[in-house]
Write a protein that binds this ligand. Structure first.
Ligand code: F0G
Length: 467
């Protein structure tokens, strides 16, 4: 690793990093410090991070764009992070030495030629956050939150999780020399995610409850023990996650796509991306806002119901159930932030069935990209939004793929073996999924057996393309 002195850092290219305070998303009060629940002392609504100095500062859009572009050629550790590369719009740390980074961000933007043909959307892209160091978008937030936890001197950090947050938190805690406490619902998270937390040294508690129960208990733990909460109600997480929006727009040469579609669980990520978009608009980095839409699983559709039944004014909680375990959440903590973002950007909120999720996941896999089930709700949701006329085929659409295919091998194996759904699928559904199912075949270890398998596969492909 080069030292920062000899690191090829962009010469003279450091603008002051943002100083910050907390602002209540409800009453707008500004406060200098936050308690462990990150809620407003006046009205108990959630806090976000803000920089009151921006409007009067010298943050000029052109200067920022060229500074961030130049940093892509730098080999300084901070510039190699796709999060800290945008540090002018992140809360300032006391020193660079405090920063905990695993070179997160800098994730690819792929085109999706097959999905483009199937949906008729010619300019359809996937931003793959599953290409982060621990395989999910959580890393972009964790680098900032872990940095501030370390700076504040915490020995322990903690989270409730459906798996990805815990994997990410455990990695960044280990990197930053902290211990981590993980609360996960017993039997409801994938082994791959759980095994990451174990390897990174977390104290991992599988609790006999769901995610919402884990999160409730965590609130009590942080009141009793000196541990720092790293769930997405921690606004430092959202600061890191908002950089996805900066990176994406840079990949589009600052020409906003028409739509960004994101999965919704606890609703931290949609809130963060929306915050990033609004900041870019306010700073003149982009001329207009893309519409940010949130897609949920039908069985975990608290935001959909909150908007339809509660008018976006009161949370309608649900008892969550879905095989997309990452978003198996019934009582999303950041629902008010997400409602504000949907309203500000003019986005939509939709739900998709278990079948639609499985089909979309297989379609993304067939592009050679792959993602975990929760990420596939984006493509399934796009089809619905097209059908409703909310998205038009001539518009530019970006799907945010939040997690890597390897995160949930059980789902993928069950899909290919035909055992994903407890009920036998309707015939029309089975026919739709058939071309995507590729169960492994067990054969004698002979040349003839392998050649016969090849012939059979070739025959099946011909039947499918003639169908
Ligand atoms: N996609 C994946 C792969 C996730 O892991 C999550 C959330 C989401 C989407 C939803 O994001 O909660 O910000 O709306 N996973 C959390 C966890 C809850 O504990 O790993 P959100």
């Amino acid at each position: 690793m080069p030292s920062s002195a000899a690191s090829g850092k962009v010469p003279g290219a450091t603008l002051p990093q943002a100083t910050f305070c907390f602002r209540c998303i409800g009453c707008g009060s500004l406060v200098q410090s936050a308690s462990q629940d990150f809620r407003c002392p006046q009205c108990a609504n959630l806090l976000e991070i803000t920089d009151p100095g921006w409007k009067s500062s010298s943050l000029d859009a052109g200067t920022l764009k060229s500074l961030w572009r130049d940093r892509r050629l730098s080999s300084a550790p901070l510039d190699l992070s796709g999060v800290w590369r945008f540090r002018e719009l992140l809360p300032a740390t006391a020193s660079e030495q405090q920063m905990v980074t695993l070179r997160e961000g800098n994730t690819p933007l792929y085109d999706l030629p097959q999905a483009s043909r199937n949906t008729g959307v010619a300019r359809l892209y996937a931003k793959h956050q599953g290409m982060n160091p621990t395989g999910s978008f959580k890393d972009t937030g964790m680098t900032v939150a872990a940095t501030f936890a370390r700076q504040a001197g915490y020995r322990w950090v903690a989270c409730a999780s459906t798996g990805n947050t815990s994997a990410s938190m455990a990695a960044y805690a280990a990197r930053g020399g902290m211990r981590s406490l993980v609360l996960v619902p017993d039997g409801k998270i994938s082994w791959s995610k759980l095994s990451q937390a174990l390897d990174y040294g977390a104290l991992t508690c599988q609790l006999r409850t769901d995610f919402d129960g884990c999160l409730r208990l965590l609130q009590e733990v942080v009141r009793r023990a000196p541990v720092y909460q790293l769930n997405s109600i921690n606004p430092f997480r959202l600061e890191g996650q908002k950089t996805l929006a900066f990176e994406l727009l840079e990949q589009f040469d600052w020409q906003p796509p028409d739509h960004i579609i994101v999965p919704g669980g606890n609703l931290g990520n949609s809130s963060a991306i929306g915050k990033g978009l609004l900041e870019m608009r306010d700073l003149g980095l982009i001329p207009r806002l893309p519409k940010l839409s949130v897609i949920q699983a039908e069985g975990a559709n608290a935001l959909v119901r909150t908007l339809r039944e509660g008018g976006g004014k009161r949370l309608v909680s649900v008892q969550a159930e879905t095989r997309a375990t990452a978003i198996r959440i019934g009582n999303p903590a950041s629902w008010e932030k997400a409602v504000k973002v949907l309203q500000a950007t003019g986005g939509a909120c939709e739900q998709v069935s278990e079948f639609e999720i499985a089909e979309a996941k297989a379609e993304i896999g067939a592009e050679g990209i792959g993602c975990e089930p929760a990420s596939a709700v984006t493509l399934a949701g796009l089809k619905k939004l097209l059908h409703q006329g909310f998205v038009k085929p001539e518009e530019t659409v970006v799907l945010i793929l939040t997690g890597n295919l390897l995160k949930d091998p059980d789902f993928t194996m069950d899909f290919h073996r035909g055992s994903l759904f407890p009920e036998p699928a309707q015939e029309s559904e089975s026919t739709k999924l058939k071309p995507f199912r590729h169960p492994p075949v067990v054969l004698d270890a002979t040349l003839d057996a392998v050649i016969a398998a090849l012939d059979e596969a070739e025959k099946a492909d011909r039947t499918h393309s003639n169908a």
